[in-house]
Structures are given as structure tokens and as C-alpha cells.
Design a protein around this ligand. Structure first.
Ligand SMILES: [Zn+2]
Length: 408
């Protein structure tokens, strides 16, 4: 039970009360679940409110077009309507909460007054470009809304406008750098780029090594979604992504919506304080491991480690396990080329987890490898492995975890 009420708890309680009264879909969700808005006093109390999945949101929009009842009837005139993947219509007004969060994260990335920043995310259909634009302005930067494509022009703007900041996908910055090199430009001498905020796609360590090592850039990786804006960002320790402090982020059992314990994987569920489009407990469909220990960087905020999409996860002995967690465990074992989890329930009571392992090279002590790999997997998924079977081959397109349990 929570011992003290934080500023986030207070903001949540106020927000729930306010949008219950003004947003038909929120009222319906609470009423259907028999939950009084006054019951929400702390983030922990949200567990009694059902999670709305993206699929459910799409259905609700079909039932009650265009916004599924999620438009706050008291919100002032809409400034924009976006179309996010789903497809989902999103009403946007003056989203102070989302812009404030984005601005704070841009400042963490090093953006400040005097910066000239190119914003390479799309400005049409999806809210990404405009949200980044507003966040950059909130941090004090001057924005060059360059969007995607036009790589030669992007190179020219980088140099002519003495651009110091970049916002967008990491791969596109590499495309710009490659184009500049093709044009015979010495990027390290001619670019004044200093810091970047990356989002919209994974930021692999190989790219990080090039940007931070070769080009000496300061980079920040941000987890964001179209509907919810900025949710978490990395840090110097690179041990997961820190929750932003101005949105309610929960990591939950995808089946029940209950909070998972530290070290366990669950769906990322988010409540932002978006007054125009208030979605309480929106399930992102992303799976992440929840980390609550203090970080080596000094921040005390909780963290998450993204592992993949919810649909691919399989529940084993009460714990959701994602195939990417097996892949992460494999990284420390170069001899293992493929691994696959097989879940059965031989005695109809307890789940059995067997790992099939394909080796790319002969291993002298297979028992030792089996034991070490089992321990590495257990360390990541919190479920012990019953046995490891070495098999000649695992198909490249085979599922990472196969559920062979029979439920009849
Ligand atoms: Zn940290």
C-alpha cells in the first residue's frame, strides 16, 4: 500500500474526477466496472479500472464515431485531428500536459535556448512531428520543420543554418550523414550538430557507438507512442528507460491489468493528463520489464526495459515471457545460434518450460552450457527452466516460444 501521496497521485485523482464528469467513454468504463472516480487516490488504485487496449479503442471508435466517446465535451475548440495507426482518430486541443513532458525530455537531451534543431518526423496525419515541434519550442529551441526525405536539402540546412540539434529516428540521421559523405563533405568538420533526441524506432548499440563514438554526439533515446507522447527515456547508465514524471505509467499483467512485480514483464499501460483526449489506462500493446531499483545514473524514477509486443508473449507459471527475452539471454552465449521455449503442462498442474537450443559450433561441456543458459534465462524471465534440449536445427521462422498446453 502506498505510504504517502505524491504530486502525481494528486494530479491523477483530480484528473480522473474531472474527465469522468466530462468524457462519456471514461464515465462508461468506470460505471461498467462499478468504480467510483473518488476511489482513485493513488496510482496503485488504478488497478481496479479496466485497461483499454488499442483494439478496443478501434472498436469503440467504430461504435461511436469518430472518437469513441473519448473527446472531452468541455474541451475548447480542437486544433488538430490526427489519424494514427489503428486506424484511430485523435482529437487534439492545446495539449499542455504532453508538450510539458516533451519539453522536459528535450531539456534532458541537452536542448536549450539558442539551439537550431531539425525535426525530421512527419508533420501530417500522425501527431509525432507537431508534438516534437512543440516540445523543442518548450525547451527554447528554434525548429526547422524538415520532415522526412529530401536528404540533400537536409545536409544543406544542417550546414547553412548551423544546426545544433536533431530530433527524429536514429536511422534517418545516419542517412543524412551518409548523404553528406557522398557529397564529399567532412561531417565532423562541417556539421555543428551536438545533441539528438531519437524516437520512433529502436536505437541499436551499433548506431549509438557510431553517433557517440565516431561523431561525438550526445544522444538520448525516447520511448513514445502516437497517442500518448513521450513516456520514457534512457540515460548514461543505459539500463532501461526512465519513466517521465508527468504521466502515469504502469507495467501490468496483460490479462488482468494487475501491476507486475519488479523484474517481471508486463504490458505498458499509460494515463496521460491529456484534457482533450483523456484515455485512462490505455494499453500500448508494448511489453516491458519493470525495474524499480535506483539507477546508476542517480535518478530514482522507475524504469522499463522494452521487450516486444504483447501478442507474442506467453504466460508461464503466472509470468509473461516474451521471445525477445530468450534472445537477450542468448547474447551472452556465442555458441548458441537459436533457442526456442516450449511450454507444456504434462501433469495438468504445473507448466513445464523446455528450451530447445541449436548450436553453431561444437561445445565441449554441453551440461555446463545448458546450466549456464538456463540460469541466464531465469535471470531475465523469472521462471525456472525445466530442461535444455540440444537439437540439430530450429527453423529460422519458428516461433520463439511455443505454447503446447491443452486447455480442454
Ligand atoms: Zn538512469
Amino acid at each position: 500500500m502506498p505510504t504517502k501521496t505524491t504530486a502525481l497521485d494528486r494530479e491523477l485523482a483530480r484528473f480522473v474526477k474531472s474527465v469522468y464528469a466530462t468524457t462519456p467513454a471514461v464515465k462508461k468504463i468506470f460505471d461498467d466496472a462499478g468504480v467510483q472516480p473518488s476511489r482513485i487516490k493513488h496510482v496503485a488504485d488504478l488497478e481496479c479500472v479496466p485497461v483499454t487496449t488499442k483494439d478496443r479503442l478501434v472498436e469503440m471508435q467504430k461504435e461511436s464515431p469518430p472518437f469513441g466517446g473519448f473527446r472531452n465535451t468541455k474541451a475548447k475548440k480542437l486544433k488538430h485531428i490526427f489519424l494514427s495507426p489503428g486506424p484511430l482518430y485523435e482529437p487534439h486541443g492545446a495539449e499542455k500536459a504532453l508538450v510539458k513532458t516533451a519539453g522536459a525530455v528535450f531539456r534532458i537531451a541537452g536542448f536549450k535556448r539558442g539551439d537550431v534543431a531539425i525535426n525530421t518526423l512527419s508533420y501530417h496525419l500522425v501527431p509525432a512531428g507537431l508534438l516534437l515541434d512543440a516540445g523543442l519550442q518548450a525547451a527554447g529551441a528554434t525548429v526547422v520543420p524538415s520532415g522526412v526525405g529530401n536528404t540533400e536539402l537536409q545536409v544543406k540546412m544542417m550546414i547553412d543554418l548551423k544546426v545544433t540539434g536533431y530530433a527524429g529516428a536514429p536511422s534517418f540521421l545516419m542517412t543524412i550523414i551518409k548523404k553528406a559523405e557522398e557529397m564529399g563533405i567532412d561531417v565532423k568538420k562541417s556539421f555543428t550538430l551536438h545533441h539528438t533526441l531519437f524516437t520512433a524506432e529502436p536505437y541499436p548499440p551499433s548506431l549509438r557507438a557510431q553517433f557517440e563514438g565516431t561523431f561525438g554526439l550526445k544522444t538520448l533515446n525516447v520511448y513514445a507512442t502516437a497517442e500518448l507522447g513521450f513516456l520514457a527515456h534512457d540515460c548514461s547508465a543505459q539500463q532501461g528507460l526512465h519513466f517521465v514524471d508527468s504521466a502515469v505509467i504502469e507495467v501490468c499483467d496483460p490479462a488482468t491489468g494487475a501491476h507486475v512485480k519488479a523484474g517481471e514483464a508486463g504490458q505498458v499501460v499509460v494515463t496521460t493528463f491529456n484534457e482533450t483526449y483523456p484515455t485512462i489506462r490505455l494499453g500500448t500493446g508494448d511489453m516491458a520489464v519493470y525495474i524499480d531499483a535506483p539507477c546508476a545514473c542517480g535518478r530514482k524514477s522507475p524504469r522499463l526495459m522494452l521487450v516486444g509486443r504483447v501478442g507474442d508473449a506467453v504466460k508461464v507459471r503466472g509470468m509473461f515471457v516474451h521471445p525477445n527475452q530468450l534472445k537477450a539471454a542468448m547474447a551472452k552465449f556465442p555458441a548458441i545460434t537459436r533457442a526456442q521455449g516450449i511450454v507444456t503442462r504434462p501433469d495438468n498442474v504445473r507448466d513445464d518450460l523446455t528450451l530447445k537450443v541449436e548450436l553453431g559450433q561444437p561445445v565441449a561441456d554441453q551440461d555446463k552450457l545448458a546450466q549456464e543458459f538456463s540460469e541466464a534465462v531465469k535471470g531475465l524471465i523469472r521462471v525456472s527452466v525445466d530442461k535444455v534440449e540440444f537439437v540439430p536445427t530450429i527453423a529460422a521462422d519458428a516461433k520463439g516460444i511455443v505454447d503446447e498446453r491443452k486447455w480442454e
